[in-house]
Design a protein around this ligand. Structure first.
Ligand SMILES: Cc1ncc(COP(=O)(O)O)c(C=O)c1O
Length: 330
């Protein structure tokens, strides 16, 4: 007999319903099953996809049981917004800032009806259900305009958005943070609303693949001779001790990590400026770095084959990395 495990959230009365293929269902209190899951879980079991619990449209369920409609506008048009949040030892880092940005993205895309306020409870629940309370993990949230017959214009107001949240263990890149990485520069062929964290990421995907094929870790975009940001990171350069990063315009995503780094500069007395970096000045920089939620503060030691400074992470980068590590572990 085939069993299907459905996990629903009803506040305090949180139940797991086990449904047989014949349709009969019975429920157990979550804490009983929860205790079973914890006691019988070998440490590596998360890797078994059947075992991973995700949140999808109001329910917690094994990832393999999630059925996304082929009519979903996220699938058809990339019509949605997303967020990625790091959890350090079970604690979400800068969750408020990520949720605020998600609200801004949804507002800009005019996607209504998703309860962003519920997401932090869902995230905490997922951390617990997947036994990631003491591990480093990355939370992924995606909200699309929902499923409706294919039509470019929005469906009617009755179409509920699709909400998906998943968490996976995160493997920190210690070696790369210590040694630095290579990047390539590529033309910025994206639209002009890069401030929206939209699911549609084709130019970013193409650029990232190009970097991979060149043996580089990131592709950094250049628009009209100006360095904007990476395919999934923000970009900073250090000129004569001053950190410079692209201003918060529609040409970049206002990264949460970028915000944290600017706060750290303020705290540590590192001079900084939000102004454009011209590609032709890049070789004058003593240090370069890319920033992101999973990338953290990553030194860049090579650009298109030429070496940055002495080819090692510079002093400003290292100071920021240390302060960042203190912050996330505080
Ligand atoms: C295009 C782009 N820029 C910048 C970032 C960095 O933003 P955050 O620090 O909030 O992760 C990301 C992260 O995914 C990104 O996709």
């Amino acid at each position: 007999m085939q069993l299907r495990l459905l996990l629903t959230t009803n506040g305090a009365d949180d139940r797991y319903a086990v449904e047989s293929s014949a349709g009969s269902a019975r429920s157990w209190k979550a804490d009983v099953i929860g205790a079973w899951r914890r006691s019988s879980r070998p440490t590596h079991r998360f890797r078994d996809k059947l075992d991973v619990i995700v949140y999808f449209n109001g329910q917690f369920a094994p990832k393999d049981d999630v059925k996304v409609s082929p009519d979903d506008r996220g699938f058809l048009f990339g019509d949605g917004a997303y967020e990625v949040i790091r959890s350090y030892g079970g604690r979400l880092f800068k969750a408020k800032e990520h949720f605020e940005r998600l609200q801004r993205s949804l507002k800009a895309l005019r996607i209504d009806g998703a309860s962003v306020e519920r997401l932090s409870d869902i995230a905490r629940d997922l951390i617990q259900r997947n036994d990631l309370g003491t591990t480093d993990a990355a939370l992924y949230i995606q909200i699309t305009r929902g499923a409706a017959p294919r039509n470019h214009a929005f469906p009617d107001g009755q179409t509920p958005p699709t909400v998906y949240v998943a968490i996976t263990p995160f493997q920190p890149s210690h070696q790369k943070w210590e040694r630095g990485i290579k990047i390539i520069l590529v033309p910025d062929r994206r639209w002009t609303r890069c401030d929206i964290k939209a699911v549609a990421l084709l130019p970013n995907v193409m650029a990232s693949q190009q970097a991979k094929e060149c043996g580089a870790a990131e592709a950094v975009f250049v628009r009209d001779g100006v360095i904007t940001e990476g395919s999934h990171t923000n970009f900073c350069a250090v000129f004569e001790g001053q950190l410079v990063t692209h201003p918060r315009t529609h040409h970049i995503l206002a990264g949460v990590t970028r915000g944290v780094v600017l706060e750290l500069c303020e705290k540590l007395g590192i001079p900084y400026q939000e102004s454009v970096i011209h590609q032709e000045r890049l070789r004058e920089a003593s240090e370069l770095m890319i920033l992101g939620t999973t990338t953290e503060i990553m030194p860049v030691v090579q650009v298109d084959g030429w070496q940055v400074g002495d080819g090692k992470p510079g002093p400003v980068t290292v100071r920021l990395q240390r302060a960042f590590a203190e912050l996330v572990n505080a």
